[in-house]
Design a protein around this ligand. Structure first.
Ligand code: DGL
Length: 274
């Protein structure tokens, strides 16, 4: 059955992406470079950042409102570019909007990757809410109960990244503190289960002396986006407008950090949806 909202939008309409802050820009960057004909609208819910220490109910409420905003802006697909929202709100978003528009989360493609690549012992670093949801162990074990999954909440990393602390003494010392946990001594791979964390990938690789695989969702999510666009006949034929960036609260540090991580010049707009 065709999805309802899609009957009103053209294939050249933008993809809607959201996260609590700049983390989802790792996905937006990948779309901009690998799917150059696609426009997107990015929403950073800076008024509620970080999501990692919020309740599931609060994150569901925020995610529903943001999704409605993106649908009203004419988006043809929603990408939940946030593990915390994917872990807690994916189900409710599908219940409310799944008949209208395709919705992609960042967890399922990464879980499938881990299982398909036969890892036996993996570490997972994530926000508190993602860790407490137990989503990675439960989804991985549903496909292969023999994989040893070791999750650790690393709540200081998101505020640190939002402040632009990516490769200085403070970020190095906080990372070392988390990564030296003995649960990670014999892992084959570490899953970066937060879309902010790819920004720390070089530092994490260096910590492990490049000896283990560091997995993040960027590439696998991009493949999922492409497959879904294909499935619904939504692949854009040309760029129609510049990418748009909205935040729910305008902060200088967000603007500054965004400029460092997003490769094109961007203009942030305040969306007063709360
Ligand atoms: N980038 C998010 C995630 O993937 C958000 C983290 C947060 O706001 O705490 O979980």
């Amino acid at each position: 059955m065709p999805l309802q909202h899609l009957q009103q939008v053209s294939k050249n309409n933008p993809i809607g992406i959201f996260d609590s802050g700049i983390g989802g820009l790792t996905v937006a960057n990948a779309i901009a470079s690998k799917l150059p004909l696609e426009d997107f609208i990015y929403f950073g819910d800076t008024a509620h950042l970080p999501y990692g220490d919020k309740s599931s109910d609060a994150i569901c409420y925020y995610s529903l409102r943001i999704t409605r905003f993106l649908i009203e802006k004419g988006c043809k697909m929603i990408v939940i570019a946030c593990n915390s929202a994917s872990a807690t709100a994916s189900k409710v978003l599908h219940e409310f909007y799944g008949k209208e528009i395709p919705i992609i989360n960042v967890i399922d493609p990464l879980v499938n990757y881990v299982v398909d690549h036969n890892y036996q012992k993996i570490g997972v670093i994530a926000t508190k809410v993602t860790t407490q949801s137990n989503i990675y162990p439960s989804k991985i074990h549903a496909l292969n109960p023999n994989i040893d999954v070791r999750p650790l909440a690393t709540p200081l990393l998101v505020p640190m990244i939002e402040e632009g602390f990516i490769s200085n003494n403070i970020s190095k010392s906080i990372l070392e503190n988390y990564l030296s946990n003995e649960m990670f001594t014999d892992i084959e791979a570490l899953v970066l289960a937060c879309t902010h964390f790819p920004l720390l990938k070089p530092a994490i690789k260096a910590y492990f002396n490049e000896k283990i695989d560091i997995l993040d969702s960027t590439d696998v999510v991009l493949t999922e986006i492409e497959n879904t666009l294909e499935k619904y006949g939504l692949k854009s034929e040309h760029r129609a407008q510049p990418h748009q960036f909205y935040v729910s609260d305008f902060t200088e540090s967000f603007e500054k950090t965004t400029k460092i991580f997003y490769k094109e010049e961007i203009h942030l707009e305040h969306a007063a949806i709360w």
